[in-house]
Design a protein around this ligand. Sequence first.
Ligand SMILES: Cc1cc2nc3c(=O)[nH]c(=O)nc-3n(C[C@H](O)[C@H](O)[C@H](O)COP(=O)(O)OP(=O)(O)OC[C@H]3O[C@@H](n4cnc5c(N)ncnc54)[C@H](O)[C@@H]3O)c2cc1C
Length: 308
Amino acid sequence: MRQPSAPDRLKEIVLSDVPLAPLTTLGAGGTARTLVSPRNRDELALAARWLKSEALSYHIIGGGSNSLVADGEIEAPVIWTRKLDAVSISREGSDILLTCGAGVLLKNIFALSLQEGWSGLEQVAGIPGTVGGALIGNAGTKEGDISSAVEMVGSVTAVGGHATIGGREIRWSYRKSSLAEDGDAIISYAVLRLRQSTKEAVTAAARYTLGQRSAQPFGARTAGCVFKNPQSAKAGRMLEEAGCKGLSVGGAKVSDVHANFIENHDDCSAADIAKLAKLCQGKVYEKFGVMLRFEIKSLGFGRGFMEG
Ligand SMILES: Cc1cc2nc3c(=O)[nH]c(=O)nc-3n(C[C@H](O)[C@H](O)[C@H](O)COP(=O)(O)OP(=O)(O)OC[C@H]3O[C@@H](n4cnc5c(N)ncnc54)[C@H](O)[C@@H]3O)c2cc1C
């Protein structure tokens, strides 16, 4: 694929040969030939228009906490949203409307809501990554998901226009939202509706959610759960019963703590992680006849690989 030449107005935010491993929590994978790092919605729209005019498809990465990037050179440009990090606050009666850029870290707005006693994000306490990534995958826990807080979502279309959609118009389900259906749309911001509560009440609710995390590996490089739970079963339990706990391929290892987490040891390759994930998927299929679907999103592996 040819190397696109960025227009002058985008030169500052278009970088070449950027290693992507440090932009992900797994810490594996290759290098983006072109990384676009917009700092505001207008730059994002301009970048989308430029890529469209060059007829280039692109990948999107936010906090990289749910992504496995392929090894080697990633030819298609990668849009990295982390610098879309503006937050503004307005009030509507006792409600708080938090307008967040897609690259705002969930943990930062959760910390703010804890400090101010705003209720509405306790169910996503402790989830890494950005607002954009959370909306695409409807991030959540047993206590609920991000969808319940979403008032509105703004996006940039593939042709560089701005669009909005109300939270209630979006179809939300377990680790899925209809926002992902238009593969070219890029979430640029979201308005979250929170309610004034007390610091004590928000702390208590969040503590409960955070307590559930003690069953997950702590401090390891992972991308969260590799597989979604199938209907009325736990993927982690099935993986454990299929003998996956502790399995490894190269430096990629299934966590000893929770069988639905793959850890990166010794700077393993993305290929090792992918091979191990497929091995585990096969073992569960052999034992239960159930093909687990991937929760992790793959980037740069080619169409159809690890689709969930
Ligand atoms: C230790 C650990 C614990 C975790 N626990 C949980 C949990 O309890 N619950 C849970 O739901 N998840 C959990 N996760 C997974 C992950 O944190 C969430 O899925 C998170 O919402 C992903 O956000 P991100 O910004 O990191 O997404 P990324 O990994 O950057 O991207 C994920 C997907 O969203 C797309 N995307 C990202 N931003 C945009 C955008 N602006 N516009 C369009 N598409 C976009 C990407 O292209 C990709 O397909 C955990 C992960 C880790 C490492």
